[in-house]
Design a protein around this ligand. Sequence first.
Ligand code: ARG
Length: 457
Amino acid sequence: MKLWGGRYDVDVDELMERFNASLPFDHRLWEADIEGSRAWAEGLHRAGLLTAEELETLLRGLDHVADEWRSGRFEVKPSDEDIHTAVERRLHELVGEVAGKLHTGRSRNDQVATDERLYLRAELDRLDAGLRELQAALVEQAERHVELIMPGYTHLQQAQPIRYGHWVLSYFWMFQRDRERLADARKRVNVLPLGAGALAGHSLGVDRRFLAERLGFDAVSPNSLDAVGDRDVLLEVLSWAAILGVHASRLAEDLILYASREFGFVRLDPRYTTGSSLMPQKANPDALELTRGKSGRLIGNLVALLVVLKGLPSAYNKDLQEDKEPLFDTLDTLRLLLPVLTGVVSTLQPQPERMRAALDTATLATDLADYLVRRGVPFRRAHHLVGRAVAEAERRGLPLHRLPLEAFRAISPLFEADLYEVFDAEQAVNARASEGGTADAALRAQIEAARRVLAGK
Ligand code: ARG
């Protein structure tokens, strides 16, 4: 018998039953569902709708059902439409008629919205911890190699020398903003829908403030239609995840390039690469390629739910059942992606020799322009003069720092022998002592700041 079977004298079509069912994917909400039901039963008791004895029976029955799910002994029946009906059906088998009192004043509409928020809250806290681990690995990596200098790129062309740790920490701050976005979204996740009923609230005097407190929610939803009909907090989580996925993908892409033979700036730990079935020499950066690739599904999941929601009429529609698979897929994806990426980062082996060898002295052209600026040349003019020196060096097939003094002086008499002192990457990096710059002291201060963030200070 269906929960809602009263008005029906025929069985629904068998394929329709399968089409309708969400249990194959929403069974993971069992713990949240039972937790919500316990609170609701207590609320009913406080409203005088259940005797102490009935409450006892229901709570004991719910514990039993929880044990069955936990131990994998729960037996699903074909008539179990979703996690809510499955739990209630089983409760009925265990405790009899009194089970029919549990759904008093409640609807699966406010129930599912509550379950999702309970589930999500716990998941988000775990993911935040995972993201924090990734940040910690980045800080350690930066700190271990503060001295290390590498070419910095714009347009994937060598631009100016930077510290390796500076590049590493650039991702720390991206992930920090992701954590801030998550903390912000969590505030809106943590609002209680239960008690909104099907769409219009309930008439039985169950105290929603009690429910909120009992379930650890910070607030009660202020409008019952909104409470059952929107999934915007899920959208926030999915967009948070999509943005985080994009950050992870960019880090992965940098590392894939840097780990290539051509760059050779880092070596990846073999635990995070895989071989080729055909080419014996290969060690492919699969962990990173998958990190990059997974951002596609994280973005796709966001788009999927956006499209489901767009154009829905007010309150609950069955379309909303389609919120679960994208949400769960995103959470599952991140649950693996974050620790794997953390593993890659914490085992990275930077290659100082390769970084040094790759660094073209032309990346110090800006410093050479600054040299002229210090001799009174307007920056635009200095830029032009150094540009001519770069072209001249290129014409002669020489690196910029090998261009002879007379060639420089033919371009501007303000060039003197001390110009060659500019060609010192370490000095150039240290000259950028502005807050957030590449100087040794600036990077150490940045590491300190990152450590404070990690310590929650
Ligand atoms: N399985 C449903 C969902 O995930 C639960 C809510 C069903 N509500 C209803 N009125 N049929 O959305």
